[in-house]
Design a protein around this ligand. Structure first.
Ligand SMILES: Nc1nc2c(c(=O)[nH]1)N[C@H]1C(S)=C(S)[C@@H](COP(=O)(O)O)O[C@H]1N2
Ligand SMILES: [Mo]
Length: 426
């Protein structure tokens, strides 16, 4: 009865096989014409894939007063609008706790927030990986199942990508996020594994493909990539993925996936599909543009066809301070910030106020947990006026410490280097 799950297989090895399998005709590119897939794969790593891959919204830099398609208010003291997306201003998090309220939570929309009716909403599970044909679940069906809850961040794979240009002098394509494409919330919902078992997942299933109900995503050059969807290996789907219907003890807000979203803890934000409509369960490996031309690492340091599709997020730290904040000299300042890792709990955060010459540990204020952030505080008594940089560097239980630089990749994913936060002592 229980499907066979090879949890021992590493995520990378699993994903690394996908491309070869697709080219050999053993995997399917769900919803993409073979012609388009071949073009995407052929162009991978070259300049043309970047032109194709630069999503319309992501190509738009700068700040606007409203974001088309986002429902909630976006006051300018909390958000920076970037195309169809809204980045959280990190300094505004100092008025929030460990959980990010929806009022402060970043929004990453490929198109715009659809208005869905929970009463008529249904989740359809289908595909040749089910033993007895398709099954539908209403929201009440999901709520009748045992619920699980978990505090976890959702973070865009491109969070902090603007520092590739500003700090390392190597511009990348995509939304120029600073550090605010992350939010940490308490999610509640049904286990995806329970729902897949109820739907009769077969022991031959290998991939599932959750798909959103938002509009088709059309790239700048007019290629319709269909609805936002990204395959999950069955091993992840059966492990810790939640079909979330609550965020911070309330129904999901429209912009964050109402009525149900996927919550794939630790993984790149794109894995947490919002406005879930259906899930294909497949006995052949699946592809979508979101794991072929997007969300892989392309560049000099990577193979021509790119890295394996991204899975986990990385390690980062941020001060809850505006960029270029003014801080009076000859006073003690209590600086606050947050650090997070997708691979382990934070074990320490070190702060430098002298360009990295000396470091001292910050005080950790939360019990560190994987895939959730840890708040910290430190004091600083600057003596002389002038511009200076503040550095925060986290280490996690795997022993990883944030490096000085991140190896360049063309789409600017997984920036993990120590960010040089510029302030002015006045
Ligand atoms: N259906 C759908 N799901 C989606 C997206 C989307 O545009 N459509 N964006 C993804 C990306 S790239 C990220 S980073 C997260 C952002 O979640 P949030 O908007 O709730 O912060 O949702 C993911 N899920
Ligand atoms: Mo994202």
């Amino acid at each position: 009865m229980t499907p066979m799950i090879s949890k021992g297989v590493s995520e990378e090895a699993y994903d690394g096989r996908r491309r070869a399998q697709w080219l050999a005709g053993e995997a399917r590119a769900a919803g993409v014409a073979r012609r388009d897939m071949l073009r995407l794969l052929a162009a991978a790593g070259g300049a043309s894939v970047l032109a194709l891959a630069a999503p319309r919204a992501e190509a738009t830099a700068g700040t606007r007063s409203s974001a088309p398609g986002i429902v909630k208010p976006l006051p300018s003291d909390r958000f920076t609008i970037r195309g169809t997306n809204a980045e959280t201003k990190f300094e505004s998090l100092s008025e929030t706790g460990h959980r990010t309220p929806a009022s402060h939570f970043f929004v990453r929309n490929h198109t715009s927030t659809p208005r869905l009716d929970a009463k008529t909403w249904k989740l359809k599970i289908w595909g040749d990986g089910l033993r007895d044909g398709p099954r539908e679940f209403t929201l009440s069906d999901l709520k009748r199942l045992p619920s699980v809850s978990r505090t976890a961040f959702v973070e865009c794979a491109g969070n902090a990508r603007s520092f590739f240009a500003t700090q390392q002098g190597t511009p990348v394509s995509g939304t120029p996020w600073t550090l605010g494409a992350i939010g940490n919330a308490h999610w509640r919902g049904a286990r995806l594994s329970d729902v897949l078992r109820l739907a009769g997942v077969s022991r031959h299933a290998v991939d599932v493909l959750p798909r959103g109900l938002d509009a088709d995503y059309v790239t700048d050059d007019g290629t319709n990539l269909g609805r936002v969807r990204r395959p999950l290996p069955l091993s992840k789907a059966m492990d810790d993925v939640i079909l979330a219907y609550e965020m911070n003890d309330a129904p999901l807000p429209p912009d964050h996936g109402y009525p149900v979203r996927i919550l794939a803890p630790s993984w790149v934000g794109i894995a947490s599909i919002k406005w879930l409509g259906d899930i294909e369960v497949s006995t052949t490996p699946l592809y979508s543009p979101w794991n072929t031309d997007f969300y892989r690492l392309f560049g000099e340091a990577y193979p021509d066809e790119g890295s394996a599709p991204l899975t986990r997020q990385t390690l980062k730290s941020a001060f809850e301070l505006p960029w270029n904040a003014s801080l009076p000299a000859a006073r003690t300042h209590h600086l606050t910030g947050r650090s997070w890792s997708a691979s382990g709990a934070i074990t320490r955060v070190d702060i430098s106020t002298d360009e990295g010459a000396t470091w001292h540990p910050a005080h950790l204020n939360d019990k560190p947990q994987t895939s959730s952030w840890t708040r910290w505080t430190t004091t600083w008594h600057p003596k002389t006026p002038g511009p200076t940089t503040l550095l925060a560097r986290a280490t996690d239980t795997t022993g990883r410490t944030q490096p000085e630089t991140t190896v360049h990749n063309a789409q600017g994913y997984l920036f993990d280097a120590v960010v040089r936060h510029v302030v002015r002592v006045v």
